[in-house]
Ligand binder design. Structure first.
Ligand SMILES: Cc1cc2nc3c(=O)[nH]c(=O)nc-3n(C[C@H](O)[C@H](O)[C@H](O)COP(=O)(O)OP(=O)(O)OC[C@H]3O[C@@H](n4cnc5c(N)ncnc54)[C@H](O)[C@@H]3O)c2cc1C
Length: 453
C-alpha cells in the first residue's frame, strides 16, 4: 500500500450502457466503485436499440425493469423485405412465442430510456459514485496499484456528497480499472494497442495482440426517431422491419411503448470521400453529423439506389425530415482473452470488441460482459486470501477467458451479415430465395438468444 493513498477498489472509465452495467454487476457484490465519464451530462443520443432475450434476462435479474418496464416495446414479429420490390421475404414471430421459447422477451427501447433505467439502478443500489466531466488521459501501473490522470482544464462537475476533485483521482490507487469507454477507447489505446511503445510498469514487456485496429467500415448509419402518429398509418409499425437492398438496408421498429418509430438507414459509402479502412480521426473530422431529409435522399441518390427502392422506402424517407449520421467502425474479431484483460486492467463492451450493428447486439454484448464480470467477482467473494490487486488480476483474466470467444462469434456473424444484407445480383437472388424457403430457421438464432453465462 502506498503512502500516497488508500488502495481504492475499482475504477470504471465511461458511464455508457457498458459502464453502468458493470457498476450494477460489481456493486451488487460489495465492490467499491468509482465511475468517471468525460461528458458533462449523462445521457444517450436519441436512437433505438433492440434487446434479445439473452440481454433482457440479465436486465430483469438486476432489477433494471423496475424503471424500464414502462418504456420497452415488445414487437410482434421480425419481418424481412426486399428493398427493391418491397416483397415480404420472411417472418419470425417474436412476442409471446419467443418469450416462451427463451424464457425472456425480445424488446426494443429508446437508448435514453435504457441508459436512464441503468443509472436509476446504480443510484438506487448505491453501486458507485459517478464523476462527470472527467476524461481519462493517462493510466499508469505502479507497484501499489493503478494510477490515472485526467485531462486538465475541464470543469469538474461535483455530485451530492462527493468530496473528490480531479487532483484526488490522480492521488488514488486502484486495484482494477475497467475500460468501458467505447469504440474510441483511451484505455485500450494506452494498455492494449501494439502500435504504442508504452509499456506499463510491472507488466510484461511483450505487447499483447492488438484488438485488430478500429477502422471505418465503409458504411454510414442514418438514424431518426419520429412519433408514429405524425406518420401516415401505412408507414407506422408494430414490428421490427428490415429492408435489404444492394449496398444498403433499412431497419425500423417502435420504441417508447410503441409511440415512436426508430429508423436506421445504412448505406455503403463506396462513392463517398471516406474509404473503408480510414482511421477513426479522419472519419470524425470528415462528417457532418446532422442531415435533413433532402440530404438523406441525396445520399441515396448518390448511390443511384433511391429511384430503385420500393415505394414504402421512398415514402418513409420523404416523411422523415431529420436524420443523424453515424460512421460505422469495425475491427477484426477478438483472437484471445489477452485482448480483453491485461494485468489489473479489463476492457468491456465496444472498448473491447467494436462490432457492426448488423446483429443488433453491441449493447447486448456489453451487458453480457458486465454480467460475467459480476459473476466472477461473486464466485471469488468468499476467497479473499490474495492481495486485492492480484485477486482482481485473476478475476479479470477469468472474465476474459469466459467472454472472448462469445464476443468474437458475435463480431464474426455481424461482419458476415454485412455481406449478406448488402448483397448484389446473384448473391442477392440466392439470399432472397433462401429467406423465402427457410426464413424462420435462418432468422432465429438459439446460439445467440438462448445464451446463459
Ligand atoms: C446504428 C447503430 C445501431 C445499433 N443498434 C444496436 C441494437 O439494436 N442492439 C444493441 O445491442 N446494440 C446496438 N448498437 C451498438 C451499441 O450502441 C453499442 O455497442 C453500445 O452502445 C456500446 O456501449 P459501451 O458502453 O460499450 O460504449 P459507449 O456507449 O460508447 O459508452 C462509452 C462511454 O465512455 C465515455 N468515454 C469515452 N472516452 C472516455 C474517457 N477518456 N474518459 C472518460 N469517459 C470516456 C463516453 O463519453 C461514453 O459515455 C448499435 C450501434 C449503432 C451505431
Amino acid at each position: 500500500m502506498s503512502a500516497q493513498g488508500k488502495m481504492s477498489d475499482l475504477l470504471i472509465v465511461g458511464a455508457g450502457i457498458g459502464g453502468l452495467s458493470a457498476a450494477i454487476a460489481l456493486g451488487q457484490f460489495k465492490e467499491r466503485i468509482s465511475i468517471i465519464e468525460q461528458s458533462a451530462q449523462l445521457g444517450e443520443v436519441g436512437a433505438g436499440v433492440q434487446l434479445g432475450p439473452n440481454v433482457t434476462r440479465i436486465l430483469k435479474s438486476w432489477g433494471v425493469y423496475q424503471s424500464l418496464d414502462a418504456y420497452v416495446y415488445e414487437p410482434s414479429s421480425l419481418e424481412v423485405h426486399s428493398a427493391l420490390s418491397g416483397q415480404l421475404l420472411a417472418t419470425l414471430p417474436l412476442g409471446e412465442s419467443f418469450r416462451e421459447r427463451y424464457g425472456a422477451p425480445y424488446h426494443t427501447v429508446h437508448r435514453a430510456d435504457l441508459h436512464a433505467a441503468l443509472l436509476e439502478c446504480v443510484v438506487r443500489g448505491g453501486y458507485g459514485d459517478i464523476h462527470l466531466n472527467c476524461k481519462l488521459s493517462g493510466l499508469q501501473s505502479t507497484e501499489d496499484g493503478l494510477q490515472v490522470s485526467l485531462e486538465e482544464n475541464r470543469k469538474y462537475v461535483q455530485s451530492q456528497n462527493d468530496t473528490s476533485t480531479p487532483e484526488s483521482f490522480s492521488k488514488k490507487l486502484y486495484q482494477g480499472v475497467i475500460g468501458a469507454d467505447g469504440v474510441w477507447s483511451k484505455v485500450r489505446d494506452i494498455y492494449f494497442d501494439t502500435s504504442k511503445s508504452h509499456t506499463p510498469f510491472g507488466i510484461s514487456a511483450v505487447p499483447p495482440p492488438s484488438p485488430g485496429g478500429v477502422t471505418f467500415s465503409g458504411d454510414l448509419a442514418y438514424r431518426s426517431l419520429v412519433m408514429q402518429k405524425m406518420l401516415p398509418p401505412t408507414l407506422r409499425s408494430s414490428s421490427v422491419k428490415v429492408w435489404l437492398g444492394p449496398d444498403m438496408h433499412l431497419v425500423q421498429y417502435p420504441v417508447r411503448g410503441g409511440e415512436w418509430l426508430n429508423s436506421v438507414l445504412i448505406l455503403n459509402t463506396s462513392r463517398h470521400s471516406l474509404k473503408p479502412g480510414d482511421r477513426p480521426q479522419d472519419v470524425l473530422s470528415a462528417l457532418d453529423w446532422t442531415l435533413n431529409m433532402s440530404q438523406a435522399e441525396k445520399a441515396l441518390n448518390i448511390h443511384s439506389i433511391f429511384p430503385q427502392t420500393c415505394s414504402k422506402i421512398q415514402d418513409t424517407l420523404r416523411a422523415i425530415d431529420t436524420w443523424s449520421v453515424w460512421p460505422l467502425m469495425r475491427s477484426n474479431p477478438l483472437k484471445g482473452p489477452m485482448q480483453m484483460a491485461r494485468g489489473q486492467v479489463a476492457l468491456l463492451g465496444d472498448a473491447a470488441h467494436p462490432m457492426l450493428p448488423y446483429l443488433a447486439q453491441g449493447a447486448g454484448m456489453a451487458i453480457e460482459d458486465a454480467f460475467e464480470m459480476g459473476k466472477q467477482f461473486k464466485l471469488k467473494a468468499s476467497t479473499p486470501s490474495q492481495a486485492d490487486g492480484h485477486r482482481t488480476q485473476q478475476l479479470f483474466m477469468n472474465y476474459a477467458h469466459k467472454r472472448w470467444l462469445r464476443n468474437a462469434s458475435v463480431q464474426k456473424r455481424a461482419l458476415m451479415n454485412a455481406d449478406i444484407f448488402h448483397a448484389k445480383q446473384f448473391v442477392e437472388w440466392a439470399r432472397d430465395r433462401s429467406l423465402k424457403l427457410f426464413g424462420p430457421k435462418l432468422l432465429d438464432m438459439p446460439w445467440l438468444y438462448g445464451y446463459k453465462s
